[in-house]
Design a protein around this ligand. Sequence first.
Ligand SMILES: [Zn+2]
Ligand SMILES: [Zn+2]
Length: 143
Amino acid sequence: MVSMLNRYVQLLKDHNLKITHQRLEILHYLNENRTHPTVEEIYSNLKKIDPSLSKTTVYNAVDTLQKNNVIQSLTISGSETRYDIKSDLHHHFLCTNCGIILDIDIACPNIKKTLHGGHKVDEVHGYFKGICSSCRKKERGST
Ligand SMILES: [Zn+2]
Ligand SMILES: [Zn+2]
């Protein structure tokens, strides 16, 4: 836990962000829960550990972390924003049956390129949707 904490502290330092208890808690939560939670989920789970936590503080901290690229946001499900600590570029798979969001580690070959017309690519979001393997197993099992 101490080494993890050092990692989060370093992460904030790397982005020239002030080290706050709330920011460290959020990073730790996202690192332990790779489910791509919403800010509401992050807040309600941290609130269980730290009842003094204010909703505004958590929302602001998540917003700051996202704007400074410490965490990334995704809108794969359309209606809500989800958060992910994994800052390297990867794609996402949404199961339309159970709603799980999984990381897809397929490198995008175009990311380092400059597009025709001179546009430089900083982000590529690949959203894959379908039925996840465990749902498919259940489907097969029930027939
Ligand atoms: Zn599923
Ligand atoms: Zn992810």
